[in-house]
Structure formats: structure tokens, C-alpha cells
Design a protein around this ligand. Sequence first.
Ligand code: FE2
Length: 151
Amino acid sequence: MPGDNATKALIDTLNGLLADYFALYIKTKNYHWHVKGPQFHDLHLLFDTQATELFALTDVIAERVRKNGGNTLTSIGAIAGRSVIADDDREGVDAMAMVAALRDDNAALVARIRAAKAAATEAGDNATEGMADDWTDQAQQRVWFLSSILG
Ligand SMILES: [Fe+2]
């Protein structure tokens, strides 16, 4: 582990963010698989697109941790211990409740990315700092799309 406190804080923040990406990925897939109702087709496809976006960043974030000299997540248990995204194991969740939950979760993710960017700035990690802007743009696009469905 690096000795620098700012780098340690960055690693910790990135690992929390990574856990959120994994948790939101599986939650979005859960909804992709289980959504029902007149908007089934659109939501089934939208949730899949968003899940693919989320999953694509997991490797990127984990490797930012390794490039900073830290260790990253190792298991489902590690993900569960670090994520702030709430599971939704209920059956028969209303389609619009799914949309609202993902909107809120992606908005929470925007805040977690902002914290990661600030930690990157503090640690002098310009690469993570720059990448975080793209992560934010993607998350805000998901929030926008989901919000627009709700009217
Ligand atoms: Fe699928």
C-alpha cells in the first residue's frame, strides 16, 4: 500500500465506488430480467444498455486502484460490504418503481463519483480525475433518461 494518506483515501473511495458499480449493475440486470407491463420492451432494452455501461467501468475503476498501488475488491462479499446501493430482492416490483429506484441510485452514484474525483485531485492522480468526468456524464445521462420516463 502506498504510504501517502491522500492516495490511501483515494483507493478507499475508488473501492467503494467500484462496489456501487457492481451492485447497481446487478440491480439493473435484475430489473431487465423482471420488468413487466406495457413498457416492457423499452424498459427491458434501456435497462440492458445501462447495465452494460455500468459493467464496462468496473474493470477501469479496479485497475485505477491497482495503478495507484492499492488492492481492490476480491469477491461478492467484498462488494456487499462496500456498496451503498440497496438490494431489491422483492418480486413483482412495479415498472415505474424500478425506474425511480434506478434514477435515485444513479443520482447517488453521481455524488460518489464527485467524491472520487475530489480524492483523485487531493492525491494528484490526474488520470482518475480526468476519467471521472466521463463517468459523471454517463451517470447523469442515465439519470436524465430515467427521469424523463417518469415525466
Ligand atoms: Fe438480456
